[in-house]
Design a protein around this ligand. Sequence first.
Ligand code: NDP
Length: 284
Amino acid sequence: MTDDFRLEVSVSNYAVFGNPIRHSKSPLIHSFFAKQTNIALRYESIEVPTDKFRDYVSIFASQGGLGLNVTVPFKEEAYSFCGVLTERAQLCGSVNTIHFDKELNSFGDTTDGQGFINDLKINHQIDIKDKTILILGAGGSVKSILEPICNELPCKIVIANRTVSRAEELAEKFSKLCNITACAYSDLATEPFELVVNGTSLSLIGELPAISKSVVNKRTCCYDLMYSDTDTVFLRWASELGAAKVMDGLGMLVEQAAESFLIWHGVKPDTATTIDALRKINFN
Ligand code: NDP
């Protein structure tokens, strides 16, 4: 623990902890929300050494910190840290939102999945009831979005991942909620899906999952969890194949932040104006 860290959190009652954290949009998003709702708050991004998460959270709370967002690589550690967990956090084994009470008890929740589904349903007006869904990837973000997707009662979900065992684990875990199977990219049937979600981190390095073009046709909507100021390689690929609609993860980012804001302040901010404002800012 450093004195610098003590100084930083002593002026801030909300923060996002991650590593790296320099490019986080969360402070900006929460400052938009604060202005819009007339709630006074300080929200900062704090880069936490990877072996110091618990120490930093304890100090943050003891210095008057009221709420934390948690991002890569600490979501699972946050899950183990919190004394009380919501049902949805327990189901996906991950926490991205913590709030503290006066006795410094920590309450953990995950808002990523709700953020995704709000973006899909409200901002993009996409109804997935009875639809066929392909999810690429089986990492932390896919784990978070599966329950809210299942709750919308799609016809079926296929999870395809490089490491098939991770996809199989998720399919097994969520099979009570939905018709859900797992496979390798090369085993995907040559049928199109109505929604394809890229939950891999490949867009970060400008690469595509090794999947057949036949999963996309002109009725397919494609969603990349990653966001960027230009279309990701996955979204460009989908557009070239004639997909009905392509969407990136900026709306999800803002929607999950709005859900955190609601937990902390009891008010749900308007997300559309914040998404519009962020679209005008260069992300790179
Ligand atoms: P994880 O590290 O938990 O998972 C990464 C996934 O990508 C795994 O399925 C992994 O497969 C796959 N992958 C990584 N490298 C390769 C490769 N070379 N070839 C094939 N597959 C690969 O990441 P997250 O789930 O946290 O993040 C995934 C994406 O979601 C990122 O782009 C991130 O930016 C975005 N995201 C967006 C959010 C938003 O609010 N919009 C919120 C959270 C994440 P394997 O299992 O085989 O390793």
